[in-house]
Design a protein around this ligand. Sequence first.
Ligand SMILES: Cc1cc2nc3c(=O)[nH]c(=O)nc-3n(C[C@H](O)[C@H](O)[C@H](O)COP(=O)(O)O)c2cc1C
Length: 304
Amino acid sequence: MFAQEPPLKRKNRRSSARTAAQAQEPPLKRKNRRSSARTAAQAQEPPLKRKNRRSSARTAAQAQEPPLKRKNRRSSARTAAQAQEPPLVQKTFIHIHVMIDREGGAVFKRGETMNIFEALKSRRSTHTFKPDPVPEDVLTDIFRYGSWAPTHYMKEPWQINMYQHEGKTSLVDAILKSYERIGMINPKGGEKVEKMKASMAQFLLDIPHHALIYFPISDDPVRYEEDYASVSAFIQNAQLAAWAYGIGMLWTITPYMHDPDFAKDLEISSSMKIAAVMQIGYPAKIPRSKERTDIQKKLIFINE
Ligand SMILES: Cc1cc2nc3c(=O)[nH]c(=O)nc-3n(C[C@H](O)[C@H](O)[C@H](O)COP(=O)(O)O)c2cc1C
């Protein structure tokens, strides 16, 4: 499926178009022009009224027809405009492998599609993986989707080290050494401890891929927060893209990530912050959905 469409070409064309446009003027000017345009429009009426008008306009439009119809109308308009090139539907809907919900609910078959709302709700953190490795071009695509995350100043601070095949050994060794250093494993342990270490190592080696995600540490705490937030958005984008491919991930933040010698063992500079280690592979079992708190309990509309 993916071999038939040229996502890379489309993407490259778009990004070079963007770069060409940006080359015309410095980023600051572009920003100023945009915000002054907004300010001019807003000058017509107070911001509060604008907000209210927007929400009531939406409500009025929605009252005319159900949300699904509105969606369909939009996508057919898009398809007509793009008749010259592969339709957008190929980019937003991804063909996936067989996935069976633990409760027998959702069953997705190869060739079926998953839209963003399905991906958001059905994605589960994966704790058990099949041994089959995920092809590198699929992993690359997943993180390419990840990189469409919002990122302040377009810094795209994320870096990924993918440990797989024999490459997992160095990661697992570094993890076990770190656990000994920080006292999670008794370094003077006898046979029992050695057995436990062996079983921990095997557990980690059985996971097809481990993606260590890191980013440069900024001296400025505000920039550091922004970068961490961007990297988190990147990770979640990648998780959702993976899910749409039928691939599971487990986002982990574990004590070894805070051990400076762990990074050193993996030749990751001390100027980098390790944000997460993602365990990746085809799910052997999909965990039960954990209900979420009704967002209405957390959402406040402030209208005046
Ligand atoms: C920043 C972050 C760190 C996490 N670290 C771990 C972890 O170390 N071990 C783990 O089992 N799950 C970890 N998780 C996964 C959560 O436990 C999981 O997302 C949560 O239980 C909800 O389940 P779901 O993702 O299947 O909806 C982490 C999630 C986030 C966002």
